[in-house]
Design a protein around this ligand. Structure first.
Ligand code: PMT
Length: 442
């Protein structure tokens, strides 16, 4: 019998792991474990992937738990094992949609005849099959079953169908089976699966949806906000240091302006309050140009009443105490000190206004603890939704063309894949329109 212990692994298998270390480093694998006798081999698979530097999350079917315990996988991955579709805690922290999208590759091992059949027919009656249906990433199946189940035309047709959808397969091997028969159906050895994972990751892992299904994804938001007044803030603010200098930030206005355009396309009357940007005014909006946070604050209050407020602007939290004349060097030995005064919080003001819009949406630009800091802002500023984006040193959200965000509401977190700022704007406006419908905002 094979063992899951690293020290007992065959010598050449260990060599394979080391050779592969480079290619799997920092890759994220979502392993779905089906209910078959080969489930014990998946423990060894996890160990090897971890040795190669890959991050592994594990989803287990109910049947898989009859063969191996979740605790074994949790110990090897150092993270929770997911097994319930309707787990309140899990949905708060990580939705099944996020689970299916956060990985670079999904691996089903062992892929039983039952799991393959359910995936091929689009059934989603547990977490494993829901994740398989919701993913936009490639899936590698390592089949494991009795030889007659493997040879059955139903199984072979299911496999053809999954291949048509872009799925990849490794194995099965031919050999002695747990049931005493001999033939094809044994799950491939972990080292072979690791090689197949590495090969799969060398290609584009984002699953291109076949052309004939593309239209099912397009969301038509035309007129979804007809009759609504939407106020959007966008761009940076400039805070004067003296009559010639100012403090600013890197916001280009691309995200806020895209949201204003998407709201116009959805049929809304849009007031765009823009800080100083190098972008043309979007067509169909009333654009109000402002310079400082206090100007933006006043313009936002004046724009009420509104149905929806979306604060995308990077507003300066502080301004400099007024200085009437240009600050001169005058041969002084030390640099002049600037006194900072806190600016009003526009989002919090609008959210607590007697004329509060039905839906108040803020953004959170963070460089650390993104989700917890954004959740704090949701509560402190009193808004209904926060769109959190990471603006750390490696991110090009400020000024760039793309953004990847987490949507935070009191109900939980939804994480979106990286996309262009205009695609994000369309999707956000679609979400806001749905939210308005659900809240009965007329
Ligand atoms: O303009 P781009 O180059 O396209 O970049 C987009 C963006 C990074 C500016 C945008 O995606 C974004 O994150 N906007 C929010 C920037 C910000 O100021 O975040 P914050 O975490 O400091 O503020 C939280 C929220 O409070 C924001 O909605 C902000 O508009 C609002 N705020 C902040 C301070 C203040 N005095 N008044 C406010 O209303």
């Amino acid at each position: 019998m094979k063992t899951a212990n690293a020290n007992h692994a065959p010598r050449e298998d260990r060599v394979v792991s080391h050779v592969q270390a480079h290619n799997l480093k920092q890759k994220r694998i979502l392993l779905i474990v089906g209910g078959g006798i080969a489930a014990y081999k998946s423990l060894d698979l996890v160990r090897r992937l971890r040795e190669c530097g890959a991050g592994v999350s594990v989803v287990m079917t109910a049947a898989a738990k009859q063969f191996v315990t979740p605790l074994s996988f949790a110990s090897l991955t150092q993270s929770p094992v997911y097994d319930e579709l309707f787990s309140a805690t899990t949905e708060q922290e990580i939705s099944h949609i996020h689970l299916s999208r956060a990985a670079d590759l999904l691996v089903v091992a062992p892929a039983t005849a039952n799991l393959i059949a359910r995936a091929a027919t689009g059934l989603c009656d547990d977490l494993a099959t829901t994740v398989l249906l919701a993913t936009d990433k490639r899936t590698l199946y390592a089949p494991s079953m009795n030889l007659r189940m493997w040879a059955h035309p139903a199984t072979q047709e299911n496999i053809d169908r999954l291949k048509d959808y872009g799925a990849l397969f490794v194995g099965p091997d031919t050999g002695d089976m747990a049931c005493g028969e001999y033939g094809p159906g044994r799950m491939s050895e972990p080292a072979q699966i690791v090689s197949a994972i590495e090969a799969a990751l060398m290609h584009q892992t984002q699953l291109p949806l076949p052309q004939k299904f593309q239209s099912a994804l397009s969301c038509d938001t035309t007129r979804a906000l007809a009759g609504k007044h939407v106020v959007v803030t966008s761009g940076p603010t400039h805070e004067a240091i003296d009559p010639v200098r100012y403090i600013a930030n890197r916001s280009s206005g691309k995200q806020g302006h895209a949201i204003a355009r998407a709201a116009v396309a959805a049929g809304a009357r849009v007031t765009l309050i823009s800080g100083p940007v190098a972008l043309p005014d979007p067509e169909g909006c009333q654009t109000i140009h402002v310079l400082s946070a206090r100007d933006m604050h006043a313009a936002a209050i004046a724009a009420l009443p509104a149905d929806i407020f979306i604060g995308v602007a990077a507003v300066a939290d502080w301004r400099v105490a007024p200085v009437d004349q240009k600050i001169k060097k005058n041969g002084a030995s030390s640099a002049p000190a600037l006194t900072l005064i806190e600016n009003p919080d526009i989002l919090a003001t609008i959210a607590s206004s007697p004329q509060r819009p039905a839906l108040v949406v803020g953004f959170a630009a963070e460089t650390q603890n993104l989700l917890s800091a954004a959740r704090d802002k949701l509560i402190k500023k009193g808004c209904d939704m926060i769109v959190a984006n990471d603006v750390g040193v490696t991110s090009d959200v400020f000024g760039g063309e793309t953004n990847d965000v987490h949507i935070i509401t009191s109900a939980g977190v939804e994480s979106w894949d990286k996309m262009t700022k205009s695609a994000l704007a369309d999707r956000l406006i679609g979400l806001i329109a749905n939210q308005c419908d659900a809240m009965g905002v007329n």
